[in-house]
Design a protein around this ligand. Structure first.
Ligand code: GAP
Length: 487
């Protein structure tokens, strides 16, 4: 009604269900499937000193550059990353050409390792990244600009290379606590949920009598004043994060880092989305406090991009909070008699990005006879509506029988009852929102209490007893089906 704000989105009735189901999958995988991970819910507003301690006030910046002709603003690092990605496309083209030329004898691995043109592109990628990392480490923004000029990167809108200087912009939103007359205090909307976990470390450890290693998980809103808001819900100003900080004994962090990398990839793969859509990206430029960092990237419709970060953050955050609060944040190790600040392995994933990954990978258009059916092949436990109950006609007692089934199922899952339009049209509508099962009640049901169970993905229909159908569906749509794949 009011045009909306860019990079701020509302989710409708099906979106909200899908989002809640993804949250449930993540939350249970963390807190139920790991005996030593507990969940909290910390406030969005926090004491402003938290963000001084964490480094966000001084260093949570993006390097931005403007094109003078289009007046469009870009993240300098993204312009450079996109350039590097284009070199990947060139490599793919070389592979395709060679595969055509050599036919069955083509050995892709060997080609990638020996072809001079491919090796040249790969070297160029390395050189560009090295130059960018050196410039950013030195805080030399003029050198970053020079790199963009030297690579002849043009503005995608104006096509010109007429760039301003590169400037740093802080991404935190601020607001005022209390009325101005009482002496307003600037506070920030949290740009990550992680700091709420760090400041609650001692509360959780002491009240839960937790021993290292243990984890604290949290799902919640985060806010960033993203200057360059593009790609739908990929980069938002208000979004949700699902983060887990795993506190470990110093020196043991790499073991747990590897363990969590494996666990997190398994979590993604368990959804059944094509495994080729995920890849690891090792950070070239580590934050000064991190000693290892990997991203899980996903192939979104606009290319491979970060979906989740798994970072070994050392004792940086807890030590900073010790320093700024003047309070000790130590773990007393009964076994060794030592007391120390724990190290942290973090897993941090965007809920909205996960939503987009599921939506984009599960959206399919299929030819069925002369028609095209749009179907969302969402994993059944995540689907917004689990089952639609459909009386074939609105008479002969069929609606009553359908409601009998619905009244049993609705305690366990989200169901829909639909009696309008032809059965074919109703199936298509349910396919389009990803409903894994439709139960059709027809005249035979009145005679022998059997129904048609239709499967979304195969469109197969089977005749099952009305008294058994709930049990069959429940097993398939239960979150347990996904969680069991994690062990
Ligand atoms: N505590 C670490 C942290 O916040 P991050 O890489 O800045 O790390 C973690 O963010 C995840 O949050 C990202 O991998 C991404 O999925 C999600 N995310 C970050 N910024 C986002 C934005 N503007 N819109 C949507 N999701 C975002």
């Amino acid at each position: 009604m009011y045009d909306g704000l860019s990079a701020v989105y509302d989710y409708g009735q099906n979106g909200a269900e899908l989002k809640n189901n993804i949250k449930e999958y993540w939350w249970k995988s963390m807190t139920q499937m790991n005996e030593n991970v507990v969940g909290i819910d910390s406030a969005i507003f926090m004491h402003p000193t938290v963000w001084k301690a964490s480094g966000h006030v001084d260093a949570f910046n993006d390097p931005l550059i403007d094109n003078k002709d289009s007046k469009k603003r870009y993240r300098a690092d993204v312009l450079i990353e996109d350039y590097i990605e284009k070199l990947n496309d060139k490599i793919k083209k070389e592979v395709k050409k060679a595969a055509k030329r050599f036919g069955e004898q083509f050995d892709e691995q060997q080609f990638l390792e020996t072809n001079q043109r491919v090796l040249g592109y790969k070297q160029k990628q390395k050189d560009i990244m090295a130059e960018f990392v050196t410039a950013m480490d030195a805080g030399d923004l003029e050198r970053v600009r020079q790199l963009i000029i030297d690579l002849e990167i043009a503005c995608p809108v104006s096509g010109s290379r007429n760039w301003t200087e590169v400037r740093q912009f802080n991404l935190m939103f601020d607001t005022k606590l209390g009325s101005v007359s009482e002496g307003a205090n600037t506070i920030y909307l949290r740009p990550e949920t992680a700091q709420g976990i760090f400041v609650n470390y001692l509360n959780v450890q002491k009240t839960g009598r937790m021993k290292l290693p243990f984890g604290i998980a949290q799902i919640g809103k985060a806010f960033r004043n993203e200057i360059v808001a593009r790609q739908f819900i990929f980069r938002m100003r208000e979004f949700e994060q699902m983060e887990m900080q795993y506190f470990v004994k110093p020196g043991e962090e790499m073991k747990y880092f590897e363990e969590w990398r494996e666990k997190r990839l398994k979590w993604h793969h368990a959804m059944g989305i094509n495994a080729d859509k995920y890849r690891w990206h090792e950070h070239d430029k580590l934050a000064h406090y991190a000693n290892a960092a990997y991203d899980i990237e996903f192939e979104f419709p606009f290319g491979f991009k970060e979906l989740e970060g798994i970072h070994s953050r050392t004792d940086f955050d807890l030590s900073q909070h010790e320093k700024f609060s003047g309070k000790k944040i130590r773990f007393f190790d009964n076994e060794s008699g030592e007391s120390y600040v724990p190290y942290v392995v973090e897993t941090s994933i965007g809920l909205d990005r996960t939503f987009l990954s599921v939506l984009s990978a599960c959206y399919n258009e299929e030819k069925v006879g002369d028609e095209t059916r749009v179907v969302l092949n969402i994993p059944a436990p995540l689907a917004p509506v689990k089952v639609a109950v459909l009386p074939l006609v609105k008479k002969d007692g069929l609606p009553e029988l359908a409601r009998e089934i619905l009244n049993e199922l609705k305690f366990d899952m989200n169901c829909q009852y639909e009696e309008k339009d032809s059965i074919g049209k109703r199936y298509r509508r349910q396919d389009a929102i990803g409903t894994p099962f439709c139960i059709t009640v027809d005249n035979q049901t009145a005679e022998d209490r059997t129904v048609t169970l239709r499967h979304r993905d195969t469109m197969e229909q089977e005749r099952v007893s009305m008294d058994k159908v709930a049990e069959i569906v429940k097993e398939k749509v239960d979150m347990k089906a996904l969680l069991k794949k994690l062990i």
